[in-house]
Design a protein around this ligand. Sequence first.
Ligand code: KG4
Ligand code: ZN
Length: 352
Amino acid sequence: MRILGIETSCDETAVAVIEAANPPAWGKEIKILSNVVSSQVKLHAKYGGVVPSLAAREHVKNIRHVFKLGLKEAKIKNFGKEIDYIAVTRGPGLGPSLLIGLTFARALAWKYDKQLIGVSHLEGHIYSNWLSPSQEISKNNIFPVLNLIVSGGHTELVLMKGHGKYKVIGETLDDAVGEAFDKVARLLGLGYPGGPAISKTAEKGNPGAYPLPSPMIRSKNYNFSYSGLKTAALYLLRDLNIKKPSPKIAADVAASFQKAAIDVLVVKTVKAAQEYKVKSVFLSGGVSANKELRKRLTEETKKIAVKYSQPEIEYTGDNAAMIAAAGYFSSKNKKARDLSWDKIEMDANLGF
Ligand code: KG4
Ligand code: ZN
């Protein structure tokens, strides 16, 4: 069957078509026929972050074109005949942005008489791992999975006992880790989005140059906190008494910050993986593009003999192929009522 995915929860307008076995099966069967992402990053960069009203306006401008490209790339000529389901992000995210994708999807489902699957953006990130599963995890014996979801809005540890069966065991109490990368990049004058800029700058720096805190690293629970680390970076730059850091200082601060931010993610993930006796650890979300985090988790999960998966770089950021994949695996659990275009609702704070 073929599923059309639509994603507009933040500042990316995205449409994808995937093809997969019917009924849903494990592993390599997912074929990505198209995956079109139109990013608004340049527009928001001058404000140092996403401006919700501007983001929604851009989605309105772009969605029809992105949709047409998504169909063209997938060589879909007859939408009514060739597409089986539509999957759309219904939350969490920015309300005005979510509404554009959701309204577009509802109109399509109504016009073509298709079932509509409302998908959680976070579930989408988890399923980015299913878009290109490694040999090891393409076998069925992976549950329970511990998911570390790290993005601009979330930092979560989610236990997954099977498809659609989730339990949140830890989350951030304040800022998300991606948000901390963005804010510290801004302090260093590295621009927006901060994650890629910090990790690139950090490559030339010494992670031991400045001792920055890894908040809650020794707490007894699996929650996170990133606002203190961001403030510590601010005070560090103030104490160094420099307005514009030299490339050497910027690299050292970026590397020290990145180490502090990642240490706590790795320590808590490994601890939770052992306590909950999981078979696998899956990384996902925009921050999963971070090379250092990928390297550390690959090494640490090997040490505790737990299977490990991380999405291919092209599927780490927001995209619609992951939304279609999440829709694919949840379609069989949904009642017909939940798949009707006029019943689906936007929820900006949707949880698991
Ligand atoms: O999942 P995503 O694309 O959007 C949200 O759902 O939030 O995540 C975006 C976040 C941003 O904060 C961005 O700075 C961060 O992911 N990010 C990175 C890297 N690439 C993107 N953070 C650290 N290292 C990276 N290489
Ligand atoms: Zn995301």
